[in-house]
Write a protein that binds this ligand. Structure first.
Ligand code: G
Ligand code: G
Ligand code: MN
Ligand code: NA
Length: 253
């Protein structure tokens, strides 16, 4: 169990690190993005998963401080990839509901300026519940983000309230199929049908689809056959430190 003060200290001591998990485009196998995933390298406890400390941070404005650090680091990393010649490589950042305020667009604009990252190389991952919690703010903020030129994705799609109306009414770019559907897809025909339906729905609304948690060649083949746009998962690459992602990119044809 952790306290707020432990998280503050971790920030001060530089114990947080972002890992990056590649996202591949199925049409040509190109790495088109990387999702930033927070890790805490604890001095005595070793590496700690965000599921063990993000919920605590989310109880207070501490998540704003951590979230801002994450956004900056992720944009800096993407700018380095850009400078190294990967001019199309996006970075995807997970946002907590508390970060989704009216001032989010200004914060994002400021970080983009400060890191000189082209806006279209930043993707913000939002959850369905966040969009449902704050409907009055959501449209305005999403429209400002779209004007800035950043992309937005719905994370963990299918696990939340799944009110489909927001897909039509809000300016969104991508939809990430939650890995719980991908997991049993080759043994559970219901999951296969759900995924087919999600892909068809997304495409009819002109949203791109990313499948998460792709672990097997059979799952990959399924996504290819059903026209899923991008894939992410252990089969393609685990979350890895920034320097490892750079080597991962360099080793590809
Ligand atoms: O990285 P991992 O593989 O363990 O992620 C676990 C959970 O933590 C996921 O739900 C992921 O979205 C969340 N998460 C990882 N990094 C961040 C972050 O920087 N901010 C927020 N809000 N959530 C994150
Ligand atoms: O909630 P969100 O989608 O942001 O979280 C991504 C989480 O999924 C992270 O914890 C990441 O480490 C994990 N993850 C990524 N790829 C795979 C995979 O292929 N299998 C499993 N089991 N988890 C994965
Ligand atoms: Mn995510
Ligand atoms: Na997810």
């Amino acid at each position: 169990l952790f306290l707020n003060s432990d998280l503050h200290r971790a920030l001060d001591r530089g114990e947080f690190e972002l890992y990056y998990q590649p996202q591949l485009r199925l049409s040509d196998g190109a790495v088109v993005g990387a999702e930033a995933l927070l890790r805490w390298n604890h001095a005595s406890k070793g590496q700690i998963s965000p599921v063990l400390f993000i919920p605590l941070a989310e109880e207070s404005d501490l998540i704003l401080t951590i979230g801002h650090w994450v956004l900056e680091q992720a944009c800096l990393a993407a700018r380095r990839w850009y400078n190294a010649g990967y001019r199309q490589l996006r970075v995807a950042v997970n946002l907590s509901a508390r970060q989704f305020t009216r001032s989010l667009p200004q914060t994002v604009a400021q970080v983009l300026r400060q890191t000189a990252l082209p806006p279209e190389l930043l993707e913000l991952e939002l959850t369905e519940s966040l969009l449902m919690e704050k409907p009055e703010q959501v449209r305005e903020v999403l429209e400002q983000l779209r004007e800035l030129g950043t992309l937005t994705a719905i994370d963990d799609f299918g696990t939340g309230y799944s009110s489909l109306s927001y897909l039509k009414h809000f300016p969104l770019n991508r939809l990430k199929i939650d890995r719980s559907f991908v997991k049993d897809l080759t043994s559970d025909s219901d999951d296969a049908v759900i995924i087919e339906a999600i892909i068809a729905l997304a495409h009819s609304l002109r949203l791109q689809v990313v499948a998460e948690g792709v672990e097997t060649p059979a799952q990959l083949e399924f996504m290819r056959r059903h026209g899923c746009d991008d894939v992410q998962g252990y089969l393609l690459g685990r979350p890895m430190p920034a320097d490892e992602l750079m080597r991962f990119l360099q080793q590809r044809p």
